[in-house]
Design a protein around this ligand. Structure first.
Ligand SMILES: [Ca+2]
Ligand SMILES: [Ca+2]
Ligand SMILES: [Ca+2]
Length: 209
């Protein structure tokens, strides 16, 4: 048995639930039917391929297809409790609670990351996909224009995206590369701290309502 660490609660707080529900509806359920299915993954894959000009048959296209198949397989394993090919919002939240419990249970002193900074395997791949989606110029960092541009496609007002970017980039003093983006994403998915900068990574500024 791993060491039981008392510093975070496996139960999701209301704040954490709000963030996860927002992410589910905004970025995962792309066809907006209320469930997460392979169809949604296909739409995500199509989006990055279309935007990047990766055509059927090219290496990037094939790689992206494989990436999403893997993400979906893992996500379905962990989240689709009744095996009906759909992850409902209830199953989604349950999956995150189980992940919290498991991370506490498996935590070891030698872990490079504390239990509350771990991400599920499939999410590591998804975070990288998300980074590449934002990094339109492919220069290894996200700038304010890219962030605003990509979020506009998800219906986020430009002024909110701009403000969010300024917040987590420390008024443009911090380079938003993949390593920092991963940190911010971990805040978003795992942290219960309302002051964590990663809370703003989806362009939503307020989870109080
Ligand atoms: Ca859907
Ligand atoms: Ca299901
Ligand atoms: Ca860039």
């Amino acid at each position: 048995m791993g060491i039981v660490l008392g510093f975070f609660n496996p139960e999701l707080s209301e704040f954490q639930k709000k963030k996860l529900i927002h992410e589910f509806h905004l970025f995962f359920d792309l066809n907006k039917d209320g469930n997460l299915e392979w169809k949604d993954m296909e739409l995500a894959r199509q989006k990055i391929c279309d935007w990047s000009g990766w055509k059927l048959g090219c290496e990037k296209y094939t790689k992206t297809h494989e990436l999403f198949r893997t993400i979906w397989r893992r996500l379905q394993d962990e989240g689709d409790e009744n095996n009906d090919g759909k992850i409902t919002i209830g199953e989604w939240l349950k999956m995150w609670t189980s992940f919290n419990e498991q991370s506490i249970k498996d935590a070891k002193k030698t872990d490079p990351l504390p239990a509350d900074r771990k991400l599920p395997d499939w999410l590591e791949s998804y975070v990288e996909y998300k980074f590449n989606l934002y990094d339109r110029t492919g220069d290894g960092k996200i700038d304010a224009e890219e962030f605003e541009y990509v979020l506009a496609d998800f219906g986020i007002p430009a002024k909110d995206a701009r403000k969010a970017f300024l917040l987590f980039s420390g008024n443009n003093t911090r380079k938003v590369d993949l390593a920092y983006f991963r940190e911010l994403s971990t805040d978003y998915y795992r942290s219960d701290d309302p002051g964590a900068l990663g809370n703003f990574i989806t362009g939503k500024l307020d989870f109080a309502t």
